[in-house]
Design a protein around this ligand. Structure first.
Ligand SMILES: Nc1ncnc2c1ncn2[C@@H]1O[C@H](COP(=O)(O)OP(=O)(O)O)[C@@H](O)[C@H]1O
Ligand code: SF4
Ligand SMILES: [Mg+2]
Length: 342
């Protein structure tokens, strides 16, 4: 569906200064797959998600790379070369995004119906969306996320709970039947039971509409539940990627293993949780060699100087190949064995 090559994104921070928020990302996404982008706050997940749809804010700029999508008509398009009009058509029709914290960004003086009507009318090619047609499409989508259209469509956003708003927002994002849906921390502001419902409904939506999903989260439990594939990000780079099974059972980068060890298992004894010492590096002062070396228990002299790229560890089909950017990946094992409970 999507092929990302050597994608780098920078934010301008001054007249002549910028920081690289995403560096050299390579990623292939196959039809129907769900990919979780995981990592600590500030590692570049949102920036990459926005970059995938060319939705970066004014100061953000894609500085290198290519971003090729397979469109609904079977042709391929490099998003970085699309002109404004085809780009407008691309968004929401071909790929859509549920923004971080966006449930608070509904227009407070517009009813939910109006949000659906505006999205369908603004982004459809030529199709006339009558009130009846909007109601029918919105109704179908809202019912799939278990919301009552008769109650929700005439409501203003403030009349809905957080969970209802998030579900309405997901329904809105897929209104034009996009092939790819990027969701940025879609459950973070919600209580646990509501999180569960959203996860279940995302499963149902994928079954029904078959879209490919990129799911951004710092919550490994959610990633384990929703993802076929996982990519761990650190300091703007993908430092490990593989099937959810490989990543959660046999992580080969000490940072991924550290993230897993820092999560409380649901079942079994309560082990002492291990945190990762230190902080992520400043984007303005990246350490030489492996960017994780100041925090890594396995670091050797070589790690402090040698450039470290993703190495293929186990080849698998459909983009599931397990790769890690660690010189000493063969020494990495999970200290906690019950990681399947994560
Ligand atoms: N608009 C912006 N201007 C300048 N720097 C930004 C901007 N947005 C994000 N950044 C920086 O880019 C890095 C990655 O941020 P982000 O993509 O939001 O990470 P995450 O979503 O993983 O928390 C951070 O260091 C952040 O400070
Ligand atoms: S390359 Fe070295 S410093 Fe980097 S994660 Fe591997 S062992 Fe740690
Ligand atoms: Mg973010």
């Amino acid at each position: 569906m999507l092929s990302v090559r050597d994608l780098s994104i920078a934010y301008r921070t001054g007249r002549k200064e910028s920081v690289d928020a995403v560096t050299g990302v390579n990623l292939d996404l196959y039809e129907g797959q769900s990919l979780a982008l995981v990592g600590e706050s500030g590692c570049g997940k949102t920036t990459l998600g926005l970059g995938l749809l060319r939705l970066l804010p004014g100061l953000g700029e894609i500085t290198s790379g290519s971003l090729v999508y397979r469109l609904k008509d079977g042709t391929r398009a490099d998003l970085l070369k699309l002109k404004p009009e085809p780009l407008r058509r691309f968004r929401w029709n071909e790929a859509a995004m549920v923004f971080q914290g966006a449930m608070n960004a509904f227009n407070p003086v517009a009813r939910i119906f109006d949000h659906f009507a505006d999205t369908l009318r603004d982004h459809s090619d030529g199709k006339r969306w009558t009130k009846k047609a909007v109601e029918a499409r919105a109704g179908e989508l809202l019912e799939t996320v278990r919301l009552d259209p008769d109650r929700v469509l005439p409501s203003y956003p403030h009349e809905l709970s957080g969970g209802m708003k998030q579900r309405a927002l997901i329904a809105l994002a897929i209104a034009l039947d996009p092939q790819v849906l990027v969701l940025d921390e879609p459950t973070t502001a919600l209580d646990l039971l509501t999180q569960r419902q959203i996860v279940q409904q995302l499963h149902e939506l994928r079954r029904k509409f078959g879209f490919t999903m990129v799911f951004i989260t710092h919550d490994l439990g959610l990633a384990a539940e929703l993802a076929d594939r996982v990519a761990t990000m650190y300091a703007g780079r993908i430092i490990e990627t593989g099937s959810a099974r490989d990543i959660f059972h046999e992580p080969k980068h000490p940072y991924t293993a550290g993230l897993i060890n820092a999560v409380m298992p649901v079942k079994g004894d309560r082990p002492a949780l291990e945190s990762i010492p230190g902080y992520p590096p400043s984007l303005k002062a990246m350490p030489p060699g492996c960017p994780f070396h100041p925090r890594c228990a396995f670091a050797t002299a070589e790690c402090r100087t040698a450039p470290v790229g993703l190495d293929v560890l186990t080849e698998r089909p459909q983009g599931m190949t397990h790769s890690a950017a660690c010189l000493h990946h063969d020494r990495i094992t999970l200290t906690r064995k019950e990681s399947s409970n994560v």
